[in-house]
Design a protein around this ligand. Structure first.
Ligand code: ARG
Length: 267
């Protein structure tokens, strides 16, 4: 297996809460500049120490959420091609050309979705073995997930999100294919979706407290998770399944509704 490569956007000099497009974002609750820089670096360092090759795309001044590179698209390594996102909110739509140009500068190709279909990249589409698990209901359309699965040459599984605090799949669902394991927060999904999830593999249901702490928003490196704040009970439970966890404090990014996974895109 080749070395893992991740795209991050930074340094996060233009990050901040400049508008409110999810319930976590409050313009009255701004991230602390010094901590933003430090936390972003500690995530990058943790990834690099784990052997990941981290690439960087510079942040555009007027796009504070561009730091959440998971939303840029989804990358197919066999095709050396990215399927670019189409953002739901105009506030983020201008990120796409910058991400596209970065992919082109690296010699990769890009594809776009048919007009009118929204899809927010790895934020709403995560690989689990031969399947692409896709979330819809807030940002991505179900059709976007199905097209992304086709692009990835994987079987689509679409899940409906119902709690606005968990508006992207990666905020409440974390697949760990290496261990045939899925960690998720059931109240974020409708009951039909929970039913499907429970058939996919071994399951860990996280508590409300862990879920609201963004624990599912973890970067999965085979049998290791890099996540923000993992409770002791969950650490123990994960360990039983052979999964190690490394904690990185990302409190300043949670103020915009994102954490470790949101800040990374597998390429
Ligand atoms: N403020 C950003 C938004 O609402 C956060 C994105 C988080 N990204 C993610 N993959 N969940 O779009």
């Amino acid at each position: 297996m080749s070395r893992k490569r991740i795209l991050m956007c930074g340094p996060p000099e233009h990050y901040g809460v400049k508008y409110e497009i999810n319930p976590w974002m409050k313009k009255s609750n701004q991230p602390d500049r010094a901590r933003v820089e430090m936390q972003w670096r500690s995530l990058k360092d943790a990834l690099e120490r784990s052997g990941v090759w981290v690439s960087l795309v510079g942040q555009l001044p007027n796009f504070p959420d561009m730091v959440f590179s998971a939303n840029a698209g989804i990358f197919n390594r066999n095709k050396n091609t990215v399927l670019l996102s189409r953002f739901r909110y105009p506030e983020r739509q201008g990120e796409t050309p910058a991400f596209r140009d970065w992919f082109l500068s690296q010699g990769f190709n890009f594809k776009t979705l048919p007009s009118g279909i929204f899809f927010e990249g790895e934020g709403d589409a995560l690989v689990f073995k031969d399947k692409l698990i896709c979330g819809y209901g807030f940002r991505s359309d179900e059709a976007g997930g199905v097209l992304a699965a086709e692009f990835m040459e994987l079987e689509p599984i679409t899940l409906r999100l119902i709690d606005p605090h968990f508006y992207h799949l990666d905020t409440c669902f974390c697949p760990i294919p290496e261990k045939n394991l899925i960690m998720y927060y059931p109240p974020a999904f409708d009951s039909a979706s929970c039913y499907i999830i429970e058939t996919l593999g071994n399951i860990i249901r996280v508590s409300q407290k862990d879920a609201l702490g963004f624990v599912c928003n973890a970067v999965v490196l085979d049998s290791k998770l890099i996540a923000t704040q993992v409770s002791l009970e969950l650490k123990i439970e994960l360990k039983k399944h052979g999964v190690e966890t490394e904690g990185v404090n990302l409190s300043e990014f949670i103020k915009a509704g994102g954490a470790a996974k949101c800040l990374t895109l597998f390429i």
